[in-house]
Design a protein around this ligand. Structure first.
Ligand code: 5AD
Ligand code: FES
Length: 353
């Protein structure tokens, strides 16, 4: 037993020390079926995170402001071909109301997320960002509105946006083309991420775990891409089929594999901001708590008006669609305290140590 546990200790230490992983090591960690060993992986990653972020968990208020999208990603419930999606847009005033509510609840980061909706011109986005910034100057603004030109990104940054989330979805070209229609290209996505970094945004990339056609090879490429890009954040959550998409009948990604990947990313990039995602919470009632115990340090409860929440249906059975912002805030607080951590009020910036 001791000898067996030695293997995993040596392996985890090596990855931690090198801040890198080989494909063979990745495969080994993803295929191990000894629960004790996996526990060791999770605990080691949590320890690495504790050294940098302590027992503090950062909180972001997610505002899903439009579910119109010009794209047609095969996995996503708000793809343009989904005629059943009940489309909505929030006005600037509605968005500001969400921020008001969020601010009172202690949020100091607002994440504006939406489909790629051309109704929101660069001008309008900048106006919204500017208004939020002037009302809440101590808050960070994160945008998550897809692929734009470098010029547009620069405008958002100049208007006051601090961070940008754009999951790369997969770093393997052939895999990317199986998840997306022809007009979307991996090269373009990667260029967007590099542009965002150059401009000075804190940048988040990421991918779904268990997306159709994903293999250990494609996951290894995801990790290599993360190593190369050096993002401030990495968003990963299980793929969950949505009934009105071409992937309706595909298998969902596993909670266990998501947790292992969270840990692996934490070992390789100790400072990175890692959310325990809503998708993880959807796949398992304690998914987000388990994510934290495997090395995640961010949660992103929903601040969108309850009336529209069900409509932002990227995947089926999404949790929290009936809850008020305040309910999610206190629910998460309890959950996090139950596993020995605490939510902190503050912008929750990336720590570079
Ligand atoms: N299951 C899980 N995650 C999804 N996303 C989109 N559709 C799904 C799905 N069916 C993720 C994508 C996107 C993010 C906003 O949500 O990774 O980048
Ligand atoms: Fe929304 Fe628990 S986080 S109800």
């Amino acid at each position: 037993m001791v000898i067996i546990m030695n293997d995993i200790k040596i392996l985890v230490d090596k990855i931690k020390e090198n801040r890198n992983i080989t494909k063979e090591q990745l495969e080994e960690l993803l295929l191990i079926d000894d629960e004790e060993k996996i526990k060791y992986l999770f605990c080691s990653a949590r320890e690495v995170c504790d050294k940098i972020y302590g027992k503090e968990i950062y909180i972001r208020g997610l505002i899903e402001f439009t579910n119109y999208c010009k794209n047609d990603c095969l996995y996503c419930g708000i793809r343009r071909s989904n005629a059943w999606a009940d489309r909505y847009r929030l006005t600037k005033e509605q968005i500001l109301e969400c921020c008001d509510k969020g601010y009172e609840l202690g949020f100091r980061t607002f994440v504006l997320q939406g489909g790629e909706d051309m109704y929101y011109t660069d001008e309008l986005i900048c106006e919204i960002v500017g208004d939020i910034k002037s009302r809440f100057s101590d808050c960070a603004i994160t945008l998550s509105i897809g692929e734009k030109s470098k010029k547009s990104y620069q405008r958002y940054f100049d208007a006051g946006a601090d961070r940008y989330l754009l999951r790369h979805e997969t770093a393997d070209k052939a895999h990317y083309s199986k998840l997306h229609p022809n007009e979307l290209l991996l090269e373009n996505r990667m260029e967007c991420l590099r542009d965002l970094k150059e401009i000075g945004f804190q940048v988040g990339c990421g991918f779904m775990v268990g997306s159709p056609f994903q293999t250990i090879d494609t996951l290894y490429k995801d990790i290599c891409f993360i190593k190369e890009l050096k993002p401030h954040m990495v968003g990963i959550g299980p793929f969950i089929p949505q009934h009105a998409t071409p992937f309706a009948d595909k298998k969902a990604g596993s909670v266990d594999r998501t947790l292992r990947l969270l840990s692996i990313i934490r070992l390789i990039e100790p400072c990175v901001l890692l959310p325990a995602t809503t998708a993880l919470g959807t796949m398992h009632p304690q998914g987000r708590e388990m994510g934290i115990l495997a090395g995640a340090n961010v949660v992103m409860p929903n601040l969108s008006p309850t009336a529209v929440r069900k409509k932002y249906e990227l995947y089926d059975n999404k949790i929290c669609t009936g809850d008020e912002a305040a309910e999610c805030r206190s629910c998460l607080q309890n959950r996090i305290e139950n596993v020995g951590y605490k939510i902190v009020t503050g912008r929750g910036d990336f720590k570079n140590v």
